[in-house]
Design a protein around this ligand. Sequence first.
Ligand code: PMP
Length: 400
Amino acid sequence: MNARADFPFFSAVDDVPVYLDNAATTQKPACVLDAVRNFYERTNANIHRGAHRLSREATDAHEAARSSVAQFLHAPSAREVLFTSGCTEGINLVAQTLVYSGLLKAGDDILVSSDAHHSNIVPWQILAERVGANLRPVPLTPDLHFDMQAFLSMLNRKTRMVAIPVVSNALGLRLPVEDITKAAHDAGALVLLDGAQSAAHEPTDVQTLGCDFFAFSGHKVYAPTGTGVLWGRQELLEMLPPWKTGGEMIHEVSFERTSFNQLPFKFEAGTPNICGDITLAVALNYIRHLGFSAIHAHEQSLISELCSGLGQLPHVQLLGGASARASLVSVHVPGVHHYDLGTLLDQMGIAVRTGHHCCQPLMQSLGITGTTRFSVAVYNHASDIERALQAFDKALSMLR
Ligand code: PMP
């Protein structure tokens, strides 16, 4: 795969680093950058409320983007696709509207995985506090996989919501989300999948996954920051009350009462990120054009090279052991601080992420403060991995 030529970032300046921080955010292909410029040069107008040509064109482009996202997710209807500012906002939308939906009550259980990102823990924690529900973390096995046996034993008729990542952002391990979803549904619970670390790397089919909600961020799928999607099953979205309120989400307003717009607009108050949403669809089309099988083959070869190289370095522990990884790997080196490693790697022109990766409960359970995380994307080359491994080895020899 030679996707790098599609990304101006890698040729714009001379001192571009080896970029292996793709799980945090991705660089943007020229088609996305062009689409941003094109929108503001040719189509920019507010949507929905204008009689003029530009407003109609912008509205059509925005709704076409929604249909493209629906296709990308294999959603039954574009009305189920809500544009958000990112994965965090999508999860908050569900957690905060469930409070008033009657779907969750005092004494109910909300299950999250122990390797969840804070954005898939804290909204549920606050929800649980508000309604008197219980937030229950599902433990990991000793080799850091989702503990299916423990999960099955925790499921009961009080379980209302199961919120889990498809791929954990700190460990890079994929959860058996299809089996988890089925078991959760058999117990009568709803399932929210956090697709932040899967959407750019594997095909998403919300109907096959069988989940009730699926959230992801645009900036991790080669689209601009401030974009994202929450997909939800139509009958559930109909049951959830409006969230943010204001323009566009209403049907009729008087000082006595307000009636609300139909889906998806009920959840999209105010002027949306019109250009961002349109260019998110451009990014998803770019991914489709590369093809998930080619993406998978390319990223897997990079990750296995990375894992085998890291595994050969003395004292380096791969979190999750020898398991297959999605698109990232986290390492811990006893006695060496991850921040020092990250700083030295940066000085050698390698961009990686260090720290707790917004997974403090996981780090606490591992008895560490953080890890050094390498994450790949379509534009990385085998030479990036070689350079990163050499630099890592050198950094370790300086620190140990
Ligand atoms: N979930 C996971 C698994 C993530 O990796 C991230 C981002 N690191 C998020 C949620 C939150 O995404 P955002 O900050 O783009 O809303």
